[in-house]
Design a protein around this ligand. Structure first.
Ligand code: FPP
Length: 249
């Protein structure tokens, strides 16, 4: 059955965030090096971006490289950075032709200059697109992002530009890297791990979580549609009761 046909177009999440996990294990299963899995993972990225465009997901955030990933063996880090540069360079025309806008969150200045340059070029080329915004989380960790926000807010208070009483949920959101995007309604993690791994801790406060055993290189359109259908079968209560939610409808 074509799962896409079963998706309710009126209840598609605006923003989906994904922890793409399992590339290393997938490669091992094939008797290959870990980096082979990352290369194959790029094909899943391409399909999922395409699927977002097809069903109307407006924002897709991918956890492509965490702050903690810097601690991996140097060979793997170097290979991942090279893969990022080559993928962005090769995929930008394709992204552009599909109306995809590229954006990034994370400590971008810690990335190699070649990577920063390629990202900036792609961001500039795609900046007027509006079908899907593809947000790459690179050298990103949520605790890092929150610390940076706290520092900016504390400095503004110190300089008398802000009162302590002005600090509220909106103000904190405005100081995060993600301030130009809505919060994700759905977070997907592949490969059977049930962790959030320092990803969008603030922004996922009310998100639905979807975990699957499928490894990232095998996570293609049909698997993505399964996640969307699972989301559509849930009742989002935001702390209210089921009766309250049903009365509002
Ligand atoms: C996690 O699998 C995956 C990563 C740390 C890197 C993700 C990168 C890509 C999919 C390719 C580049 C992406 C873009 C957006 C161009 P893992 O290595 O932790 O797998 P394991 O848990 O099986 O070891």
């Amino acid at each position: 059955m074509d799962l896409k046909q079963s998706i309710n177009q009126l209840n598609v999440p605006q923003h989906v965030a994904i922890i793409m996990d399992g590339n290393g294990r997938w490669a091992k299963q094939q008797g290959e090096d870990r980096i082979f899995g990352h290369h194959e993972g790029v094909n899943s990225v391409r399909e999922i971006v395409e699927a977002c465009g097809e069903i109307g997901v407006k924002y897709l955030t991918l956890y492509a490289f965490s702050t903690e990933n810097w601690n991996r063996p140097k060979d793997e880090v170097d290979a991942l950075m090279e893969l990022l540069v080559s993928t962005i360079s090769m995929e930008t025309p394709n992204l552009n032709s599909k109306g995809v806008k590229l954006d990034v969150i994370g400590d971008i200045q810690s990335l190699p200059l070649s990577c920063q340059k390629e990202l900036q070029e792609s961001i500039d080329i795609t900046k007027h697109n509006n079908t899907v915004t593809l947000i790459l989380a690179l050298s990103y960790s949520s605790k890092w992002e929150i610390i940076e926000a706290v520092k900016k807010i504390a400095a503004a208070v110190k300089d008398n530009k802000l009162n302590i009483s002005d600090i509220n949920s909106n103000l904190i959101s405005q100081h995060l890297n993600t301030n130009r995007f809505p919060d994700p309604e759905l977070m997907i993690r592949t490969s059977g791990e049930h962790r959030i791994s320092n990803f969008l801790l603030w922004q996922l406060a009310y998100a639905e979580f979807y975990f699957t055993n499928v490894l990232w290189p095998d996570f293609r359109k049909e698997e993505f549609y399964k996640a969307i259908l699972s989301y559509q079968n849930r009742e989002r209560r935001f702390g209210q009761t089921s009766e309250q939610i049903n009365q509002l409808q």
